[in-house]
Ligand binder design. Structure first.
Ligand code: PEP
Length: 249
């Protein structure tokens, strides 16, 4: 039985004052016996999460990391730095980074390798654009995105990754994939993992992301292969984030 995982992706939002209220609003209201919950925040606020969440059942993490260990990479943040702030998770390959920072499957795979080597759990995002969806290419696109990562990690490491299926056409648009679409894509992703490591594939958590809200979470999360959610907009309101966490638990 896979434990559900709900992760808030704050994107480039927040301030010390805003975060303090949001973290206080969710902190003691997540029952960690029911499901796992985490927030992935902008790097400058990791210390704040470490301070405010360390005695809570909520994990925290980052939204990106460097593909390199250290050195002349101005503006980047290394895996070791994230570990310094007790991060558990790091989002890798979010579609906004693929689109706005031209991140390739190869670079994303390098980042996944770097995260795993430091003991971080990468949340690897895959997803197709609207054009690709309309052309019936969803499984081809997400299959290649995940295969390019699997080619760079060991078979044993498959049990240490989390995947997030995030159709690009559903992110921040208010338009979510139907539960059946999500289930279909998730089961195809699990089948990909199973080709490499059948046991790890059964335990691997595959999250859905894309306009998951309190009013559609229960239905999406009830699908057999939907093991949680990656939540953007709704993660910025304590009540909405909690409602999704409770729908998962
Ligand atoms: C995301 O950015 O990962 C996301 C799913 O955003 P939203 O929930 O706002 O669609």
């Amino acid at each position: 039985m896979r434990r559900k995982l709900v992760v808030g992706n704050w994107k480039m939002n927040g301030s010390l004052v805003f975060n303090a209220a949001l973290l206080a609003g969710i902190k003691d209201r997540v029952d960690s016996r029911q499901c796992d919950a985490a927030v992935c925040v902008p790097a400058p606020y990791l210390a704040q999460c470490q301070t405010q969440l360390s005695d809570s059942g909520i994990f925290w993490g980052a939204q990106d990391l460097s593909a390199y260990d250290a050195g002349a990479h101005t503006g980047d943040v290394s895996a070791a730095m994230l570990v310094d702030f007790s991060c558990k998770y790091v989002i890798v390959g979010h579609s906004e980074r693929r689109a706005l920072h031209s991140e390739s499957n190869e670079l994303i795979a390098m980042k996944v390798v770097r995260a795993l080597a430091s003991g971080l759990t990468p949340i690897i995002c895959v997803g197709e654009t609207l054009e690709q969806y309309d052309a019936g290419l969803t499984k081809v696109v997400v299959g290649k995105q995940i295969d390019d990562v699997l080619a760079m990690i060991s078979v044993e490491d498959i049990e240490k990754i989390v995947i997030a299926y995030e159709p690009v056409w559903a992110i921040g648009t208010g338009r979510n994939a139907t539960p059946q679409i999500a289930q279909d894509v998730h089961s195809s992703l699990r089948a990909k993992l199973a080709l490499k490591n059948p046991i790890a594939a059964v335990g691997a958590r595959i999250l859905y992301g894309g306009s998951m809200k309190p009013d559609n979470a229960k239905e999406l999360l009830s699908m057999a292969d939907v093991d949680g959610g990656l939540i953007g907009g709704a993660a910025l309101k304590a009540a909405d984030f909690l409602a999704i966490v409770h729908a998962a638990g």
